[in-house]
Every structure is written in structure tokens, then in C-alpha cells.
Design a protein around this ligand. Structure first.
Ligand SMILES: NC(=O)C1=CN([C@@H]2O[C@H](COP(=O)(O)OP(=O)(O)OC[C@H]3O[C@@H](n4cnc5c(N)ncnc54)[C@H](OP(=O)(O)O)[C@@H]3O)[C@@H](O)[C@H]2O)C=CC1
Ligand SMILES: O=C1O[C@H](COP(=O)(O)O)[C@@H](O)[C@H](O)[C@H]1O
Length: 431
């Protein structure tokens, strides 16, 4: 077969053979599609061909059930006056919190996916009043799902539920004060608490120690979402898990990879498992090569302190691109339960041929001028140590030695620089 590039864009949803409303894109969550329990916003796509379909809640965030519900306490105790969820964004003054976390929380609120009674707290060392936090957040909130008339009212309602507590990460004092304020807002309801660690990895354990000791829920659940990177190699990742488990049970820890929540990535599973036409073609017999490309048209932008310690392979390839590769290549899971999907992904990773150095190219973007415009080098970012040799570009050809993919190269490419072309992560395969 001729090498035809078949590309699909974010937001593309491929209809299954029997098109029914249930197979339509599931990024829109209307009240009718919400579960009966208040505050549950789970979108189930029914399969028309008997094969499992991935639902929005199961295909995001490492496939753990991260529905933020206001359900009963973990010991099943009846709710007294209803439940409440308090979400504390630790590192609220930072880049990720502003760019992604607060906007995502607002999107959940906008789509009625948060419980009726919820509170959002920002926590960081920077001094800020509630009002200053609200002003900061309001700059990045958008009605990005679709334009609706009541967007600004909804924003106002959301911002009224946002508060701020300043404090250190390694001291219990700030978290005790947070605990006091949380109790006030919880107003005697069954308190569930979620902490989102939007902070550099070197302080994950400090925060978990202080917050779990002083600000855990007394009778509801307490959960922690931990951002990547989970260590820099297998040993340090194991060490991080061991440290977190001194204070938390595994069930309380949610490791997040935000690429799993992207429509492009969610659609990949829909494309594969709900289209009879694709399944027989999805193998070495018809696919010549697969390319997973991340190219970002901005550099480190002040995040050089973090990035320089990790580099592009650990920042993008080892997590985001590998997750996409595993979803692309895995066999149909026995069920959509988190463990079953995880097991299929693990089989793909275990079948990967060990990379040889010859199969990897790394580089670092230099400054240059083009069309009268000059583009700075990676090392021109003042937060990057001078003389750094950390890679900002990497490409690798990996092979999966199993019956389905034997001999098919999977090309992973990632670049982070002002002068690359903006393309959200792009998956393509040639047939
Ligand atoms: N930014 C992004 O696009 C993405 C980031 N991530 C991950 O999310 C986490 C947060 O990232 P990001 O928001 O970019 O990080 P930032 O560097 O913006 O840090 C977040 C906040 O943490 C505090 N902080 C920063 N450095 C230190 C330090 N050395 N010691 C103590 N506190 C510090 C600061 O708050 P204050 O001084 O007020 O306490 C800062 O506002 C990281 O684990 C990152 O890997 C994951 C995906 C994407
Ligand atoms: O995890 C990360 O992702 C962002 C890119 O995320 P996107 O959703 O905007 O594509 C990247 O900028 C950052 O370096 C990395 O840590």
C-alpha cells in the first residue's frame, strides 16, 4: 500500500458504524447525561458493536476514578446534611495552577461536574489575599468548552468559592490554619478533601507530610493528586512512592498525566475500539510506521530551574508520549476497569525492545534569526544555568516486539523551543 499519512486532529471523533447519540463526542456534559447522584458527571459512551468503549472518566488521569463526588465517607457512614469537597491547589501562585488547574476546575464547575457544595483554596508561600487570588485566576478562566450566555455569571459564582491561604510547604503551621478555614467552609457537612500538588517535585513529600498530618479530613476522604515527574529514574520513582506511603495509602494517591485527558488522546481509544473498520487494520500488516510528535512553540519561560534538571526526555517522552504509544498499541482490555487498561499498557511497555543509543538523537535549540526575527537559545533563558547541555529536543525510534507490531518503528519526537512550529501533540501513522 502507498504511504499515505493518515492524521487526526484534536477534537476529531470517528463515528462508529451505527451512529447513535451515545457515540457522539463526550466533551459536552449536559445534566441529562450526568449520573443521578448530584455532583457526578460521568459520561458513558455505549458501544454499538459489543466491544468496550472508553468513557471520559475512565480514560483520563491514569484511568483511576477521579470523579470528584460528594459521596459517602470511606467507611460508608451516612451523610449528615450532605457532603462537601474542598480542593486545595498547593503551589497556587505557579505556572501550572494558573494555566491549567484553575481553568480546569472552572470548566468542571461550568459543566456541573463539581458537587453542589465545594470550595477551592489556593495555597503557596506568596502573600496574597482572597481577592488577589481571584483576580489572578480570573485572567486565565475561559468558557472554552463552548460559548454559553451565562459564562460571566458562572465565573463570578466560581470565583466567590475561591479562597487563599499562604504558608510554607515544610511547616505544619500554614496547613493548620488552612485546616481551620476549611472546617469553617465545610460547615458541619461530611468533609472530603483533595490536595492538588502543583509544585516542584523536590517538595512533594514535605507537603504530603505537613498536609496529611494537619489538614486531613476527619471523617471523609483525603486524596492527593501528584504531578509529574515521579522521580528521574526507576530508583527515585520507587523512593518517592515509599516516602509518600509513609503518610498515605496507595488509594489516596493519584498520579496525573494530563495528556490522558486530552481529547486527541481520548479519541484515540474511541477510534480504535468503537470502529469496526479500524480494528482489522490496526497492525503491522497495514501500518508502516507510527509517529508521535510533540513540538511546542515556546521555551522554558522561567521554568528552566525545573526543566534543566530533567530535560525533554523526562519532561515529555517518558510520560506523555509513552502513554499515548501504549494506548495506541495495546490490545483490547478485558474491561474498562482501570487495572485492566493498565495491564494492557504494561504488556506493551514490557514488549518494547531495549533502546540502543544509536536509535536516539538528542539536541539543544540554539538561538537564530529568521525573517528579521530573532529567536533566543535555550541557554538565553535566565532561569537556565549557563553552559547547560540539557537536551531540549529528542527523537527515538522504538520497536514493540509482539505479533501485532513486529518490525513497525514508532518514532517519538519532542521539541521545546520558541522557534518550533506549534502543533499540539500529533499522532500519525502511515499505511
Ligand atoms: N507548567 C506546566 O505546564 C506543567 C507543570 N507540571 C508539573 O507541575 C508542577 C508545578 O509546575 P509549575 O507550576 O510549572 O511550577 P512553578 O515553578 O511555577 O512552581 C509552582 C509554585 O511552587 C512554588 N515554588 C517554586 N519553586 C519552589 C522551590 N524551589 N521551593 C519551594 N517552592 C517553590 C512557587 O510558589 P510560592 O513561591 O508562592 O510558594 C511557585 O509558584 C511540577 O511538578 C511540574 O513538573 C506538569 C505538567 C505541565
Ligand atoms: O507536562 C508538560 O506539558 C506541557 C505541555 O502541555 P500542553 O498541554 O500545553 O501541551 C509542557 O509545556 C511542560 O514542559 C511539561 O512539563
Amino acid at each position: 500500500m502507498a504511504a499515505t499519512g493518515l492524521r487526526f486532529r484534536p477534537g476529531t471523533v470517528f463515528p462508529s458504524r451505527a451512529t447513535s447519540p451515545s457515540t457522539q463526542p463526550y466533551h459536552h456534559c449536559s445534566p441529562q447525561r450526568m449520573h443521578a447522584a448530584k455532583g457526578r458527571c460521568r459520561l458513558k459512551a455505549k458501544s454499538s458493536n459489543g466491544r468496550p468503549q472508553i468513557s471520559a472518566s475512565s480514560s483520563s488521569s491514569s484511568f483511576r476514578d477521579v470523579v470528584i463526588d460528594g459521596g459517602p465517607s470511606e467507611d460508608g457512614a451516612p451523610e449528615q446534611g450532605g457532603a462537601t469537597v474542598s480542593i486545595t491547589v498547593v503551589g497556587a501562585s505557579g505556572d501550572l495552577a494558573k494555566k491549567k488547574i484553575f481553568p480546569a476546575l472552572f470548566a468542571l464547575f461550568y459543566e456541573d461536574c463539581l458537587p453542589e457544595h465545594f470550595t477551592v483554596f489556593g495555597y503557596a508561600r506568596s502573600k496574597m489575599s482572597d481577592e488577589e487570588l481571584r483576580n489572578m485566576i480570573s485572567l486565565t478562566l475561559t468558557c472554552r468548552i463552548d460559548q454559553r450566555e451565562n459564562c460571566s455569571d458562572k465565573m463570578e459564582q466560581f470565583l466567590k468559592r475561591c479562597f487563599y491561604q499562604s504558608g510554607q510547604y515544610n511547616l505544619e503551621e500554614g496547613f493548620s490554619e488552612l485546616d481551620r478555614k476549611l472546617k469553617e467552609k465545610e460547615a458541619g457537612k461530611l468533609p472530603n478533601r483533595l490536595f492538588y500538588l502543583s509544585i516542584p517535585p523536590n517538595i512533594f513529600v514535605d507537603v504530603v507530610r505537613s498536609a496529611s498530618r494537619t489538614a486531613s479530613s476527619s471523617s471523609g476522604w483525603t486524596r492527593f493528586i501528584v504531578e509529574k515527574p515521579f522521580g528521574r529514574d526507576s530508583e527515585s520513582s520507587g523512593e518517592l512512592t515509599r516516602s509518600l506511603k509513609q503518610y498515605l495509602d496507595e488509594e489516596q494517591i493519584f498520579r496525573i498525566d494530563h495528556y490522558l485527558g486530552k481529547e486527541l488522546v481520548e479519541n484515540l481509544s474511541v477510534l480504535r475500539f468503537s470502529n469496526l473498520v479500524f480494528e482489522p487494520l490496526w497492525s503491522r500488516n497495514y501500518i508502516r510506521n507510527v509517529q508521535l510528535i510533540f513540538s511546542e512553540d515556546f521555551g522554558t519561560e522561567g521554568r528552566g530551574g525545573y526543566f534543566d534538571n530533567y530535560g525533554i526526555i523526562r519532561d515529555i517522552m517518558q510520560n506523555h508520549l509513552l502513554q499515548i504509544l501504549a494506548l495506541f498499541a495495546m490490545e483490547t482490555p478485558v474491561s474498562l476497569a482501570a487495572e485492566d487498561i493498565r495491564n494492557e499498557k504494561v504488556k506493551v511497555l514490557r514488549s518494547m525492545r531495549k533502546l540502543r543509543l544509536d536509535d536516539v538523537v538528542v539536541g539543544q535549540y540554539k538561538g537564530h534569526s529568521k525573517g528579521g526575527k530573532s529567536y533566543p537559545a535555550y541557554v538565553d533563558d535566565p532561569t537556565v544555568p549557563s553552559g547547560s547541555i540539557t537536551p531540549t529536543f529528542a527523537a527515538a525510534a522504538v520497536f514493540i516486539d509482539n505479533a501485532r507490531w513486529d518490525g513497525v518503528p514508532f518514532l517519538m519526537k519532542a521539541g521545546k523551543a520558541l522557534h518550533t512550529r506549534r502543533s499540539v501533540t500529533n499522532t500519525s501513522f502511515s499505511m
